[in-house]
Design a protein. Sequence first.
Length: 397
Amino acid sequence: MEALLIEWGGLLLRWLHVLAGMAWIGSSFYFMHVDASLKPAPDIPPGKGGEAWEVHGGGFYQVRKWLVAPSSLPPQLIWHKWESYSTWLSGFALLCWVYYGGSDLFLIDPTVMEMSAGMAWVIGIGTLALGWFVYDGLCKSPLAKDDRLLAAVGFGFVVLVAWGFQQIFSGRGAMVHTGALMATWMTGNVFLIIIPNQKKVIASLLAGEAPDPALGKAGKIRSTHNNYLTLPVLFLMLANHYPMVWSTPYAFVIVGLVLVAGAMIRVFFNLMHQGRGMQWWCWAVAAACLAAAAAVSMTSSPLGREALGLAWRAPPPSEEVVDIVMARCSMCHAAEPVWPGIAVAPRGVVFAGPESIHRQAPQIALQSVLSAAMPPNNITRMEIEERRVLLAWLSGK
C-alpha cells in the first residue's frame, strides 16, 4: 500500500507541476512576444510604451504597454504571479517526493560520495538557496551594466555548479538539481524582484508620485533572464528520464551546450517578433550545440566508445547473461518487486527468465551498456566486466 501511495503521489505532483509550468511558460512567452511586437501609440509618449493589435478566437485585442506606468490605474489589475509560484512549489514538492524521499535510488550514489539521506537534503536545498543569493548578487553588481558580461559569468556559474553537483550526487540527481537551481532563480525573480517592484510603482501612483523608472527596468531585466532560462530548464527537467544525458562524467558540458542552444532558440523568436527577420543562424548554432551534446553523451559513458558502431544482434541470452540480469536487476524488475518503495516494475519491464531478458535487449543496451543508468546508482554493484558480458551478448559475439 505504501509503495502505491508513493507512485500516485509522484504522478499527481508531476501532473500539477507540468500544468503549472505550461501556464507560466505560456504567459512568459506571450508577454515577451507582446514586448517585441509593440508599435507607437498616439496617446503614449515616444519611448514610454506602445501598443499591439492581435486577433484570436474570433475577436480582436488591443494590447497597450506603459514602460513605467500610466497616469492613472484601473480599479482592477490582473497579476501574473501564481503561475510562477505554483510551478516552483509543485516542482520543489516533486523534488522532495522523488529524490529526497527515494534518495538511495535516485540521489545518493556511493561510488560518487557516501552520505546520509539527511546530508543529501541539506546539500541540495542549501545549494538552491545559496545559488539564488549568488545570482541576485551578480545581477546587482557592476557586472549588470554589461548584459553580455553578466550572461557570460552566469553561464560559467551554472556550468560550475553542474560540475559540482556531479561530485556529490548521482548523475540523475546532479542534472535535476542543476535545473532546479535555475528554476529557483526564475521564481525568485518573480517573487523577490518583479512583483515587489510593481507594487512599489503602484504605491507611488496612488500617492500621486512619479514612479522610479529603475524599478520597471530591473523587473524587465529579470523577466528577460527568465525568458532565456526557460528552454534549458525544461530540457534539464526532462533529461532526468533519459540516462544518456546524465550518465556521462561530462554531463556538465552537456549543460553548457544546452544553455547555449536554448538561448539561441529564444534569440531567433525574439528577433522575429521584433520584425528583424528570420535569423536562421540561431537554429544552426542551436543544432550544432545539441549535436555536440549527443556526441558527448555517446562517447563518454563507461562503454560508449566500445559500443559505438555495433549493431545489436542479440541472440538468446546465455546462462551467464541471465545470471547477471537476474542478480542485478530482478529486485525491482519483477512481478512483485522487493525493493522498498517500488510497487510495480519500472516501465512494466519484468525479468522472469531468458525469454523476457531477450525481449528487453534494446532497453538493457541503453540502460546498462550505453549508459550506466541501471541499476540506479549501481545499488546492486554491477561490475564493468559484467557490463562487458552484456555488450558481447548484445553485439552477437
